[in-house]
Design a protein around this ligand. Structure first.
Ligand code: ADP
Length: 612
């Protein structure tokens, strides 16, 4: 990304998120750039006054003025700095919000693509290192600050070039007094700048190269760190201990750290060389300016007091020009990292989002139909579902059974539009589901996925998925899901936080989590309830309770269960038997049991024998 584009992008974002941030930051940089000049000018006036033997009172007055002005300016900068810092945190927070919002609203299908994950990783790493928007703003403001610095310095030192002598003394002194002396001093400066520009570009390229080489190792490193340090993932520690993973993880972790550090050390070594040479150039210029001004002062072309002023201005000028080159390079590096951020923000959702509204039906008469649907996952050509045709009958209880990997969960994912079919159509009341507004469409489903997630919020917030909740309804759903007894043991009742992120958070078992997830599905109160392995983590008594009360739980709603517990199918009016991505049988339990060669019969008997 070019610097101009990056500046434009950042200005647009910052203007939208926190318009006062950049003007305040620039004001602060311009004001703080002026502080050293007050001291430089002040001290040169005082030195001249001393040489001119002015009275103590007058000199004291100068000193007071200088200190007063410097103090007021510093206080002003300090005040603005406070305002800037508050806005900086606010802006960083808003940007994070923007990124997470983007991540949360991306099509699920796109989110799981390798390229998307890579892009997210690079954008996040970039933001953590050099591509942060607040850092970028800081650099833009720095640039403006050093420009101000340059203007202040030029105003101060320009008169020294006009202090030209009558070519007296040794040839060296004659040279210094003439215009050639000034030209020579400026040539040294230009040489220094050219070297600085070149070395900064090299250093920028080195940093970027290091970042790109380390992307994979960094990703692995973060993953291994999550086993060792991630407080929200301490549960992983069980497997680490039981399977003696510690050595394997440490080994891999060390390998990645070593490889990151090796690349990093190489980069640092080369960068140090450039920094050293830059320091040398800068020292040469400072010495030259001392000689230049010193000779002119010695020859009486400028006052003794102004030596400090001119040398100070020259040194500041050289440093500021150096900063221009450095800041420009930093902006260029930042712009390259920002490109990853921009790439992420530019990812477009591909899912067609129709504008048809979902009809609000009190009677819950929503009928779904799969018409010759086939599906392959992104980045894969293998069909996971093939030629699926079926109808979900309204108000009925339907069960999906079949071996692992047969495509049952994928069927649910298509129904919920997490993915679109590769071929065929899914209809809702006769209309292709792609024609409906997506956010309205998903309101039709309450789903408990097999790998459901609860959050480190309170139990009530987890159930209602909101900070605002209807307490009575939360309790009723928890009670229906069989969580009441455990709730009685919790001091803070439904306000208890889950997991140990919070100081008083509680740990719950897999079965208890499943009950809360079921309560969450019930709270949503959608016309279609889908439970994928709803009782896999429940104890036999709870499982029995859930199945016994299924009808009461879901009422008149349409319900779809995926279950390996064959006995649960008895509760269902319609059973779909999946095998290798196809529906191989469908019907009621009794009808399916009539076919003794069928998969359903075999699965039923295979499970029944354990209970005989
Ligand atoms: P079931 O629920 O019947 O056990 P799934 O629908 O979960 O089966 O999976 C069907 C097949 O699809 C499996 O072979 C699985 O490996 C594959 N699969 C599931 N999710 C993905 C995915 N996100 N990307 C690629 N393949 C997947």
């Amino acid at each position: 990304m070019t610097n101009r584009k990056a500046v434009h992008l950042v200005l647009k974002i910052v203007h939208k998120l926190c318009p006062s941030f950049l003007p305040l930051l620039i004001l602060m940089k311009i004001s703080s750039a002026a502080v050293p000049y007050v001291n430089i000018v002040g001290s040169s006036i005082i030195i001249d006054a001393l040489f001119q033997k002015k009275g103590f009172e007058q000199i004291f007055q100068y000193a007071l003025w200088m200190m007063g002005l410097s103090f007021v300016l510093s206080m002003f900068c300090w005040g603005i700095d406070k305002l800037v810092n508050v806005r900086k945190y606010l802006l960083a927070e808003q940007v994070q919000k923007m990124i997470s919002q983007k991540g949360l609203t991306l099509d699920y299908e796109i989110l799981e693509k390798k390229e998307t994950l890579e892009c997210i990783h690079k954008a996040r790493e970039g933001m953590n290192t050099n591509g942060d928007i607040t850092v970028f703003c800081d650099r833009i403001a720095n640039m403006i600050g050093v420009m101000a610095d340059i203007i202040y310095a030029v105003i101060l030192f320009i008169p020294v070039f006009f202090a030209v002598g009558a070519s007296t003394g040794a040839p060296f002194f004659q040279f210094i007094q003439s215009h050639f002396g000034s030209i020579a001093l400026n040539l040294i400066l230009v040489g220094q700048l050219i070297f600085l520009g070149w070395s900064q570009r090299r250093m920028g390229a080195l940093q970027k190269q290091t970042f790109d080489i380390n992307v994979d190792a960094n990703r692995h490193y973060n993953y291994y760190m999550s086993f060792l340090m991630d407080s929200s993932n301490y549960a992983k520690g069980k497997d680490v201990r039981m399977y003696d993973f510690a050595d394997t993880i440490s080994e891999r972790y060390k390998k990645d750290v070593n490889s990151i550090m090796k690349v990093f050390r190489q980069m640092r070594k080369r960068m140090e060389k450039y920094s050293f040479l830059n320091e040398c150039c800068s020292a040469v210029y400072t010495i030259a300016s001392y000689v230049y001004v010193g000779v002119k002062a010695g020859l009486g072309l400028v006052s003794i007091g102004s030596v400090a002023r001119y040398v100070g201005a020259f040194t500041k000028f050289s440093a500021a020009l150096g900063s221009v080159v450095r800041t420009y390079t930093e902006i260029s590096i930042c712009a390259q990292y920002l490109a990853y951020f921009q790439e992420f923000m530019d990812i477009k959702n591909e899912k067609y989002n129709g504008n048809l509204s979902i009809e609000k039906r009190e009677d819950g008469e929503y009928e779904f139909e799969f018409c010759d649907v086939s599906f392959s996952y992104p980045n894969s050509v293998e069909p996971v579902l093939e030629h699926i045709s079926m109808k979900v009958k309204v108000g009925k209880k339907m069960s999906l059974v079949g071996p692992n990997g047969a495509g049952k969960t994928t069927f649910i994912k298509l129904l919920c539009r997490l993915y679109d079919p590769t071929e065929g159509q899914i209809l809702l009341n006769g209309v292709d589901i792609r024609q409906y507004n997506y956010s309205e469409y998903i309101q039709l489903f309450s789903v408990v996925f097999q790998d459901f997630k609860l959050f480190t919020f309170s139990i009530a917030e987890n159930v209602a998925v909101s900070k605002e909740f209807d307490e009575k309804k939360v309790r009723s759903c928890l009670q229906k899901a069989g969580f009441t007894e455990r709730l009685g043991t919790l001091k803070k009742d439904i306000h208890t936080s889950l997991y140990k992120l919070e100081r008083d958070g509680v740990e719950i078992s897999g079965g208890e989590a499943q009950k809360i997830a079921i309560a969450r599905a019930l709270y949503k109160d959608s016309p279609l309830v889908i439970l994928d392995e709803p009782t896999s983590a429940l104890d036999p008594q709870s499982e029995y309770e859930i199945y016994r009360s299924f009808d009461r739980l879901v009422g008149e709603k349409t319900a779809i269960y995926i279950s390996h517990r064959m006995s649960s199918c008895r509760f269902c009016n319609q059973i779909l038997v999946f095998d290798k991505g196809r529906i191989v049988q469908q019907g009621s339990h009794d009808k399916l049991m009539e076919n003794t060669d069928g998969l359903y019969y075999q699965m039923w008997n295979a499970q029944a024998q354990y209970y005989e």
